[in-house]
Structures are given as C-alpha cells and as structure tokens.
Design a protein around this ligand. Structure first.
Ligand code: NAD
Length: 239
C-alpha cells in the first residue's frame, strides 16, 4: 500500500466553523496571539489564557467534521494515510481517521505545569485557575505555544520519509518549525496543495495546486487518488 501523508492546518476546519488565524485581521477570534498563545502570556495573565482556550474548546465541541475530514477517511480504503496536523481540534479523529499526529497539542487535553508528560483528557470540561494535577501544580492547556518546542517534529519527519503522496491542506505555512514539514517529503513523492489562497512557497516548490476550499478540493483529490489505484495508474505514482 502506498503512503499518503497529509499536513493539515486551520483551513481544513474553517468550513466546520472554526476560524483560522491568518485571515483578514491577523487575530485569532479577536485576540492577539502574544496575549493568549505564548509562555509569556501564561505567566502574565493565566486566567485570560485559560478563558481563551476554554472558549476554543467549546467551539470545537460545537463543530462537526466536514467533507474534507471525511474524504481523508475514505482514502484509507486504498492507502496508508498518515495525518500530521497543526490543528488542536479533534475533527480528524471524530471523522474516523486512524492515524493522527498533533504537532501543536490538543484542545481537549490538559497537561501539568510541573511535568509536561503528565497529560489528562478533559473532554468538554473547562480548566480553571486552581485546578491542580496530582503533583499539586496548575493544569494548563495541552497546547504548544509560540516559542515552545514541538516534540512531535521528529516523529513527523520519520512519517514523511516514506511518503509517496503529500497533501498540504489549509495551511499558510507561516508557523515554524511545522511549516518546514511541507518540504520534507522524498523527491519522488507527488505533492499536492489544497488551498484557495495557496502560500507562495508551495507554488515555487513543485506542488500541484488545487485552488479550492477544503470541502471541494479534498474530496476531488481523494477521488482521483482512489481512481488511480482502481485503474493501476502507475504513471501517476500514487499506489
Ligand atoms: P493559518 O490560520 O495560518 O492559515 C490558514 C490557511 O488556510 C490559509 O492559507 C488560508 O488560505 C487557508 N484556508 C482558509 N479557508 C480555507 C478553506 N475553507 N479550505 C482550505 N484552506 C483554507 O493556519 P495554520 O497554517 O494552520 O497555522 C495556524 C496555527 O494556529 C496552527 O498551528 C494551529 O495550531 C492554530 N489554529 C488551530 C485551529 C484549529 O485547531 N482548528 C484554528 C486556528 C488556529
């Protein structure tokens, strides 16, 4: 089975009602990133940071996977599909994708401020100031903030090393080091970017660009990839 690696970003969940943050105003749901998504913000105003992520968690709970998330599940019929996502929502999992690596953490989890490997499932619960882990320290959102290490990068690079097809969906490629993964697939891999406003970097880097929203573009690309397997179309290098 050939491997399809998906690098997804906020754009894949936009049509589920979850805002991206590099839209028109550069804010994330009205907040400056420096005020809510950095270790400095956490040190300065943890109540504001908790409130921001509590709101994001409620928005994720209210959202449903869309046709793009679902199409990637269908692709598993004929491919080894490995999803690497920058998103903190769980829409890939709720659609039914079986292999999802979260680079930037998960909104429905909390982690200890004393021991980063101590993680708990929150489900839909909020985190409040004074909610303590078993070690006695404050729980924080299990989110990789700007300026923090991305521990899953090594695993992501390993997954990409065996990619036959790379789909880069709904990401501005402005957030590093995650963005560098778009250029980590082996030379032989077919590269496709799906984004109505694809970043210039992919246009320069030998990608086929599908300039459509995720709910239109992803099912279209998935149909083509499934058809290639059905037709044993080796010339397209997809199975
Ligand atoms: P981004 O906000 O920087 O860029 C969004 C990209 O999606 C843009 O290139 C835009 O053209 C594209 N886009 C917009 N609507 C689209 C659609 N309907 N279909 C396809 N593409 C569409 O997003 P990013 O590159 O993922 O970086 C943002 C960071 O913010 C991520 O690391 C993530 O952790 C966080 N974030 C996550 C969520 C989420 O979990 N749903 C939402 C907002 C931000």
């Amino acid at each position: 089975m050939k491997r399809v690696v998906v690098l997804s970003g906020a754009g894949i969940s936009a049509e589920s009602g979850l805002q991206t943050f590099r839209g028109t105003d550069g804010l994330w749901e009205g907040y400056r990133l420096e005020d809510v998504a950095t270790p400095q913000a956490w040190a300065a105003n943890p109540a504001l940071v908790l409130d921001f992520y509590n709101q994001r968690r409620r928005a994720v709970r209210a959202a449903e996977p869309n046709a793009a998330h679902r199409a990637l599940v269908e692709l598993e019929q004929a491919y080894d599909v490995q999803i690497i996502t920058q998103n903190v929502d769980d829409l890939h999992e709720r659609a039914g994708s079986t292999s999802v690596l979260h680079l930037h953490g998960q909104i429905r989890q909390a982690r200890s401020t004393r021991n980063a490997s101590l993680i708990t499932d929150l489900g839909d619960r909020d985190i409040q100031l004074g909610d303590h882990c078993p070690l006695g320290s404050q729980w924080r959102p299990h989110i990789v903030w700007f300026g923090e290490m991305v521990p899953a990068m090594e695993e992501a690079v390993e997954i990409l090393a065996d990619a036959d097809v790379l789909l880069v969906i709904g990401t501005s490629l402005q957030v590093y080091p995650a963005a560098s993964l778009a250029f980590e697939a082996p030379r032989r891999a077919r590269r496709i970017a799906i984004n109505p406003d694809a970043p210039r970097e992919v246009q320069r880097a030998d990608f086929e660009v599908v300039a459509a929203t995720a709910t239109i573009g992803v099912p279209e690309v998935v149909r083509t990839l499934l058809k290639a397997v059905a037709n044993h179309d080796c010339t397209r290098c997809t199975h």
